[in-house]
Write a protein that binds this ligand. Sequence first.
Ligand code: 5GP
Ligand code: ZN
Length: 114
Amino acid sequence: MDDCIFCKIVKSEIPSRKIYEDENILAFHDAAPQAPVHFLVIPKRHIRNIMELEQEDISLAGNLLNQAQKLAAELGCAEKGARFVINCKSDGGQTVDHLHIHVLGGRFLGWPPG
Ligand code: 5GP
Ligand code: ZN
């Protein structure tokens, strides 16, 4: 998608602090961190949100979760845990329409969200 911020990050047209990259997945630090650890894990392919995942994306979805979990551990969240969040569309508070998993950690996070 030409006007998608995260597609531009994938293509390095917008700079980001990358943490992990493979053929299908990119992880990078959030530009406005809400916790000491706050990074995003995204598919490189433009998928608008979790509602648009298809049956054939099951292995991609599993790999996104797997990377989110591994990187959370590498960034120091193994012992105390973290929050893994996928916002979806307007009621879910999604502001960038390219599927992403937020991983937040390094501090206690209250529940429920506002
Ligand atoms: P959403 O609200 O869609 O779930 O989350 C979008 C996230 O993307 C926000 O946490 C926001 O700070 C982050 N974000 C938006 N634009 C950029 C950017 O250009 N670079 C990075 N690294 N993060 C961004
Ligand atoms: Zn995109």
